[in-house]
Design a protein around this ligand. Sequence first.
Ligand code: WTA
Length: 660
Amino acid sequence: MSDNTELEAHLAEQDSFDPPASFVEQANVSDPGIYEEFEQNWPDCWERAADLLDWNEPYDQVLDDSDPPFYEWFTGGELNASANCIDRHLDERGDEVAIEWIGEPVDEANRTYTYRDLYEEVNEFAAALRELGVGEDDVVTMYMPMIPELPIAMLACARIGAPHSVVFAGFSAEALATRMESADSEYLVTCDGYYRRGDPLDHLGKANEGLDSVGHDVESVVVDRLGDDGFDHGLSDSQHDYDELVDEQAGTEVDPVSRDAEDMLFLMYTSGTTGQPKGVKHTTGGYLSWVTWTSRAVLDVKPEDTYFCPADIGWITGHSYIVYGPLALGTTTMMYEGTPDYPERDRMWEIVDEYDATQFYTAPTAIRAFMKWGAEYPERHDLSSLRLLGTVGEPINPRAWKWYYKHVGDEACPIVDTWWQTETGGMMVTGLPGVSTMKPGSAGKPLPGVDARVVNMDGDPVEGGQAGYLTVNRPWPGMLRTLYKNDERFVEEYWATYSDTDSTDSEDWVYFPEDGAKIDDDGYITVLGRVDDVVNVSGHRLGTMEIESAIVGVEGVAEAAVVGGEHDVKGEAVYAYVILEDGYDGTEEMREEIVEGVEDAIGPIARPEAVVFTPELPKTRSGKIMRRLLEDIANDEELGDTSTLRNPDVVEDIRVTVQD
Ligand code: WTA
């Protein structure tokens, strides 16, 4: 055996890894006593997070838990998120890079914003938004790809106290319209288009189509991203050119509005168990403290770093860990417009090498793709600037973890596997890289001060080695405050399962993230995945109900059931089982119409991997579709219990169809 194979074999067997001494020495957090200290001092321990920010008015109380689950954090305090992410760094770091943007066409479009540049443009755009009529608490929607004007618009909104609601650019026109309607949002910031693999893509056409189905008037701002490559839409009277607005405000400064800690910073729509996306509300004080603290403690961000998270700002990871956390700490945050395999499969490593990136934080789906492409791509580059690696969004299998550790981190970088969700605002269960032993495949223990447990159906903790449901048994500053204009659904979805909802004692309230998990004897938690009707495709949350209603909207479809099936790279893929109306056949054409229907309603990301036409769906006697069986079929597994089925034969029939 060569040395290398011996090493590989050793790595394959190893199931725990200590953080490298060189990392621990310089880590922002390296004292293991922090767990006990936070426990003893809860909830005041969270002053440590709030103290990372500049407050205009100091808070009176760390936690107000008098009306659970409507918790309030840092009450009485006032601050501004944009001032915390920009203004306060100007004196010392005004000429340092805030945003390093890597755009397309490759090597031509890159832009660098120092903190001073960012200050100027955010102020000018904030002034422009005001001029357009945006007032405090007006929700401004952003429908933009990964271009610098997106974080600029977010920070401009934060500056004038207008909450933003960012809609992922890959979502459809219809998805945009639903979210704008739901948020009563009368302002939109978008762009003409963007580049994918070297080609210009039309975005404004899609935005316009969305605007057509919004029932109220909307003023929009359009960024000219494509220049001469642009599509010929023109701008209507209610559409304004971004550059013109900003130029008109050249040099204007806007005082950051002092916001109450509990004032809304933004809304983010996410998928849930019903067809209607939920507007998750995050606040200024609690959220910003949480993402700043976790960026510092978990991602080990320091001002002199060049931090790289190639996620999309259209999802929560980009909000918390490209924009707010890193900028609040005054570091250099990178933004990447393109895809990881264009122009070549070494694109990520080329960027890390060229910019000397110090952290790299991505989703397991990307790591599985890198692994499939092969180690030769990272090997082409010098990745020694990297100090820490991270993952987020889905479970990572130990093999992918070890590949990442060896081939990207050169066995010298700790990996943080971070469990959290849109609703938690920031990381909840993950190791502290300067303290914790890592176990590949497991997110680790809850962060200091976080009381996450794995429980059975009665809410009692399961024993080490057992699986159950993940719960969070104490509030935390970054938590969602409510679902926008829907307190009832907020209580119902997240709290009712494990709480005594009649109680006003905070100890009787338990947050349920709707994830299954297991815990080992050392208290390490492995999150297994959603237990509600949500699929996780490439780390993106999609509601099966949303996809089903899109399919049922296609002419000729009588009924549809959507489940997640395992997928090598994406983690999960969408499987659609479809019953057609009489007179319609399961032709290739029909299949295409269904796929298109889903793309139109949600976006290409929800595109079904398989569409299976079937005369019936497995149902219980009470008529409920047995999704679990459909999942077994999708995964080609032994079928679970079929005894409660009204129509047991149908399952075998469907299975035969799938195998064909
Ligand atoms: C899943 C993304 C396993 C989980 C930040 C959660 C994970 C959902 C992990 C949230 C992880 C996230 N290990 N599963 N480290 N991180 N998940 O709201 O099912 O887009 O509930 O937030 O992703 O997805 P969301």
